[in-house]
Design a protein around this ligand. Structure first.
Ligand SMILES: Nc1ncnc2c1ncn2[C@@H]1O[C@H](COP(=O)(O)OP(=O)(O)O)[C@@H](O)[C@H]1O
Ligand SMILES: [Mg+2]
Length: 510
């Protein structure tokens, strides 16, 4: 069979066309200008990098792609190059140079220039590489290394300090035992005790920061987290401060560690309170937002897509740009000793990064601050169950494992070790219970009897039985494994979750 080269996919055979093809598929932007700095060639990468179609760029000035402040430097560079023919890729002596997109945003670049003379006319070709990603990675790495070494230092100090505190606490206890109740030194000892307690609290916080904290990430709704924290926050913030919430009902689900997310919200709320010594308003909002590419380019660590935002806004004193630039550094604080540790935002930053999110802080001196926590929003499939499941199982091991997996998949879980406990839990639970997952053989009433009892009050509740006994044994108890949802032990958590979903969905479709 004859092979016709023209039919092969790939670069065109014609020499001129092939050159254009290579230039258009290059990752770097190629821009050629004539002697009067008018653009005569503008490849595909240039279109993408600067956000301008070639048709619009051609015959226009090169200047439009250079930020105003560097136009003169650039012109001088070209003039010198024209004379000496020397350039270097990063134009190091110019510092980091920037390109200017059509939408007005700037981005760091590396560029090199070459020169050609055609028919007596000089042409300059600038080859430009967008280095924002590389710079961002370098910065992220530097930051991570710095955090790691500070973390190690903090951990070491906290550890040694804890040992000293142990000695202090023990001798304090010893001393106060030996003093009579009326001894005048007792007051002094009480103050030592207080100071030592504060030192212990500080050490704990240091350790929490230093340790790569183990997280239990699960699907949760930030709106509910805030609702549950509200009473506690009101107490914490005091009467000077008014707390308002604006929680969008459709606020989606994210994957995060519940207690840690609470810690972040609390840190932000306490900072807001501290910024308003004469009182003011704190507003906590939750909502869904979509982050676009343009936003993410300006924020290290942000990824485009669907997010949930939790924002904490105050009407306090705000921050200077100087304070803003150090905000997330561990131990950076503007508060007097004893009031601030400078660990609140550093810790929060770490927690939110672990949940693949980021924190953005906007502040105006004298007007207030808004701290916004962005977390990727889960799709409905990822968010898992919203239903409530009651797990009844006398083996603590199986019960905890089952409950933990169900919680991890987003379900609300009640658990009980016996039928009596299950009935109590059901009576105490105000909301619906969508599903009962019960062992067949229990210390008191068996699983089938329990299900009968519970469905009297909750006719809509579904049941899944589980057992390690043979089919005959469970049949004696009234379970028919072939006709009822049944999990034979041992079962995998995967199978459990699949069956739970199936049984709950079959109810929905009825
Ligand atoms: N809402 C806010 N308003 C004004 N300044 C703030 C706010 N939040 C944080 N800051 C500034 O950032 C610093 C660091 O905060 P943080 O890491 O929580 O440590 P700390 O609260 O212990 O000082 C604070 O000392 C303060 O200067
Ligand atoms: Mg703080």
């Amino acid at each position: 069979m004859a092979v016709d080269r023209e039919d092969q996919p790939g670069p065109p055979a014609d020499h001129q066309a092939r050159l254009l093809f290579i230039i258009d598929t290059a990752m770097d932007a190629f821009i050629t200008v004539d002697e009067s700095q008018r653009v005569v060639m503008f490849n595909k990468a240039a279109e993408k990098m600067f956000g301008v179609p070639a048709t619009e760029a051609l015959w226009g000035p090169l200047e439009r792609f250079i930020p105003k402040r560097s136009r003169e430097v650039h012109a001088e560079h070209i003039r010198r190059f024209g004379r000496t023919g020397v350039t270097n890729r990063d134009m190091g002596h110019l510092g980091v140079i920037h390109g200017l997109r059509a939408d007005g945003t700037e981005f760091p670049i590396e560029a090199s220039i070459s020169q050609a003379t055609v028919d007596g006319h000089k042409f300059y070709t600038v080859i430009i590489r967008d280095i924002s990603e590389r710079l961002r990675l370098e910065q992220a790495l530097q930051h991570a290394q710095k955090m790691e070494s500070i973390g190690r230092l903090a951990g070491g100090v906290a550890h040694d300090f804890n040992n000293l505190l142990m000695a202090i606490f023990n001798y304090l206890a010893l001393a106060s035992r030996r003093l009579e109740a009326s001894h005048p030194a007792r007051g002094a000892l009480a103050h030592v005790q207080e100071a030592a307690d504060r030192a212990a609290a500080l050490t704990r916080q240091l350790l929490a920061f230093a340790r790569k904290q183990e997280t239990k990430q699960r699907a949760l709704c930030p709106r509910e987290v805030v609702v549950n924290m509200e009473p506690m926050l009101r107490r914490l913030l005091g009467e000077q401060v008014q707390l308002r919430t604006a929680l969008a009902p459709e606020t989606g689900t994210v994957k995060a560690d519940g207690p840690q997310l609470e810690q972040v919200i609390m840190n932000l709320a306490v900072n807001a309170r501290d910024a308003m010594p004469r009182g003011g308003t704190i507003t906590i909002e939750t909502a869904n937002v979509t982050l676009d590419e343009a936003y993410c380019r300006t924020r290290g660590g942000a990824t485009p897509g669907e997010h949930v935002v939790i924002s904490v806004t105050d009407t306090g004193e705000g921050m200077s740009p100087e304070v803003l630039s150090h905000l997330f550094e561990p131990f950076f604080t503007t508060k007097p000793p004893g009031k601030g540790t400078g660990l609140g935002l550093a810790t929060s930053h770490g927690i939110i990064r672990q949940a693949s999110g980021h924190i953005a802080v906007y502040s105006e001196l004298g007007r207030g601050t808004s701290a916004r926590v962005y977390l990727p929003r889960l799709t409905e499939a990822e968010a898992g169950g919203k239903e409530t499941v009651l797990v009844v199982e006398d083996s603590a091991l199986v019960r905890d494992l089952t409950a933990e997996s169900l919680r991890g998949a987003g379900y609300t879980v009640l658990s009980a070790a016996s039928s009596a406990e299950a009935i109590r839990a059901s009576n105490a639970h105000g909301g619906t219970i969508d599903l009962l997952v019960t062992d067949v053989v229990l210390p008191d009433m068996n699983g089938v009897q329990l299900a009968k009892e519970l469905t009297k009050e909750r006719p809509e509740m579904r049941v899944i039985y589980m057992s390690g006994y043979t089919e005959e044994t469970v049949e004696e108890h009234g379970v028919e494994p072939s006709r009822m949802p049944f999990l034979a032990k041992p079962f995998t958590m995967d199978l459990l979750l699949r069956m739970v979903r199936e049984v709950l969905d079959s109810k929905a479709s009825e």
